[in-house]
Design a binder for this molecule. Sequence first.
Ligand code: ZN
Length: 307
Amino acid sequence: MHLEGIHHVTAITGDAPGNVDFYARVLGLRLVKKTVTQDDPTVYHLFYADERGSAGSDITFFEYPGARRGRAGAGMVNRVVWRIGSEEALDFWEERLRGEDVAVSRVEGRLTFSDPEGLGLELAVVETDDEPLVAESPEIPAELALQGFEGVRAYTSDPDASRAFLEGALTFEPRGENDFEARGERRGSFYAYDRTSDPGIPGAGTVHHVAWSSPPEEHEAWRQRVIEGGGSPTPVIDRFYFKSIYFREPSGVLFEIATLGPGFTTDEPLEHLGERLSLPPDFEHLREQVEPVLTPLPNPRESWAKR
Ligand code: ZN
């Protein structure tokens, strides 16, 4: 049994309009779901992904308006890495990001930069047989677009603390000294450590958790494996778009294991994903209370027809 790579990465923003502009317009991802967190329905939960809202391409944000900026430290993800297809794509992104006044650093097939709130991001030229997960954008040719996650890097004070759990309970394969791969039948992603004992500060521009993909029929078995490996998972929680368990791996990073499906078309047609506020059925009765409190957001695709 192996996890099918990253399902989604969830981070925190203090500025939903700026977040939509950066991830939907600048990076060219599709806003595939605009909903609220089930733990606090006055808080936006925004999902950006490929055209179909696929697991493996999905970066999500909780919005706490005006939240102060955080800083990644031990037990936190410090960088989210996407695949791109070629050096030409890297040239394109270097120029595009510089044109947006984003400071970029390019080394050996990789471009590192930060989002407007300081979240560490990277685009890496990767050869893989995994299906490219691409969103449509009027400004970004499909062959140059982001293709889904390659992996995440996290800080730890002691990489060895997590090794037995990652390789044993989660069946990650070691790929280098502090580098692992979660690869299932369809997709894979890396999980790598950088060392620090700085505790970090949660806040805007930091990652909240990383979720790994499980076929629905294996989800309960993964929960048992986490328990047997010494972890303390939550019960299975129905997130409506997928089912989830949460636990901290030994280095302190919050992990989730989420099911592949039912997915984002469960309450909206594919062609209109993310255009209106989606509330799971148990939260629909709160719509009149919740909608006026949320920051108004544009439909990033509204202007496309006018181009
Ligand atoms: Zn999640």
